[in-house]
Design a protein around this ligand. Structure first.
Ligand code: UT7
Length: 335
């Protein structure tokens, strides 16, 4: 049986830093509120005319390809996870194929929000295991800043999110000590509307309705989050899916060298850390600097952890995510 591992990692964040104090100048909020509830101190916002979801993904990909030591023509497949695509359709996968000048390889777009990167890694793992592909470019990228309600009305959502991209080259492994051991995916659509952006969509609110009504109070095209409900579900599902992954491999939390949780809220990560009895060295967080970057948060954090020497070849690394859908999942790997 073939196995897959992460051969190269990269990330890109826009140069524009937006602090909590910057936000408190335009909406009724404070550094104290944001820090206490979420741990976030600053985030990056895309520079208009320069950064797009695709362009950030491409920049992250260039770094990952170089670090993997492969030629771009060796990439067999693209998987792109985002909730903030450049276009309604086509998805950004094909734009990456074009902008990186790749061969006419397949491009798959993943729509699993905060769990997008975990889902994408799971798909890449299966293609490599089956022997179909050898090198897969996996990207998570988000441009949230242009879709947030930057008035006091939207503050419970808008202070949390930031822009950025991360990328991984997932390749066939030749080393028993470096491989993805298992991935575990879940969904519960009963709560789809608890964290959602409803319009424009073909379900409840058609584009024609929005244009016809031209209603400045229409909130259907703004992201909506039932924060406390999402928080309560997140802590339960994060715990379950990490436990599931460890048990599947006959491991316990003491075997974890590094847990990289989706950066949704520092309080959620701290809850998981204490629940599994992990030390500060066993959990990597960077939400303080970037906010919640949804599908990009895990690859940015994993890349940073690797760059700082906190994740090394052969380490037992756990990735875990929870978010809109609801969807959640984990990846257990020997990095
Ligand atoms: O990545 C996908 C998964 N997402 C998550 O896991 C997010 C999970 N949820 C959360 O992280 C938290 O629920 C939030 C950080 C979003 C919100 O924290 P909270 O403790 O649940 O606050 P809340 O929404 O219950 O609001 C508490 C108060 C309200 O005022 P009143 O009604 O008590 O007077 C809000 O109006 O805080 C107010 N508030 C704010 N105040 C200052 C809400 N947003 C802000 C703000 N600044 N930005």
């Amino acid at each position: 049986m073939n196995s897959a591992y992460i051969k190269g990692l990269g990330y890109y964040v826009p140069e524009q830093v937006v602090t909590n104090d910057d936000l408190s100048k335009i909406i009724e909020t404070s550094d104290e509120w944001i820090t206490e509830r979420t741990g976030i101190k600053e985030r990056r916002f895309a520079v208009k005319g320069k950064d797009t979801t695709t362009s950030m993904g491409v920049e992250a990909a260039k770094v990952a390809i170089e670090r993997a030591g492969i030629d771009k023509d060796e990439i067999d497949f693209i998987i792109f996870a985002t909730l903030s695509p450049d276009y309604y359709f086509p998805g950004p996968g094909v734009l990456v194929q074009r902008d990186l000048g790749l061969k006419t390889v397949g491009a798959l777009d993943v729509r699993n929000q905060c769990s997008g990167f975990v889902y994408a890694i799971s798909v890449a793992d299966q293609y490599i295991r089956s022997g179909m592909y050898k090198n897969i470019l996996v990207i998570g990228s988000e441009l949230h800043s242009q879709g947030l309600d930057m008035t006091t009305r939207g503050r419970s959502v808008s202070v949390i999110f930031g822009d950025g991209a991360g990328a991984a080259i997932v390749s066939k492994s030749e080393d028993e000590n470096r491989k993805i051991l298992s991935t575990h995916l879940h969904s519960e659509g009963a709560h789809a509307e608890e964290l959602a952006l409803i319009a424009p969509g073909m379900g409840k609110r058609w584009v024609t309705d929005i244009l016809k009504d031209n209603d400045p109070n229409d909130e259907s095209y703004l992201p909506h989050m039932n924060g406390q409900f999402v928080f309560k579900n997140a802590v339960v599902r994060f715990s379950e899916v990490i436990k599931e992954g460890l048990a599947y491999n006959g491991l316990t939390s003491s075997d974890i060298d590094m847990l990289v949780p989706h950066q949704a809220n520092l309080r959620i990560a701290q809850f998981i850390q204490s629940k599994f009895g992990l030390s500060d060295d066993q959990v990597y967080n960077n939400i303080m600097h970037y906010g919640n970057t949804t599908a990009a948060s895990i690859p940015i954090a994993l890349t940073e952890a690797w760059e700082k020497g906190k994740v090394n070849a052969g380490d037992l690394v756990v990735l875990a995510a929870f978010g809109s859908g609801f969807t959640w999942g984990s990846v257990i790997m020997k990095f």
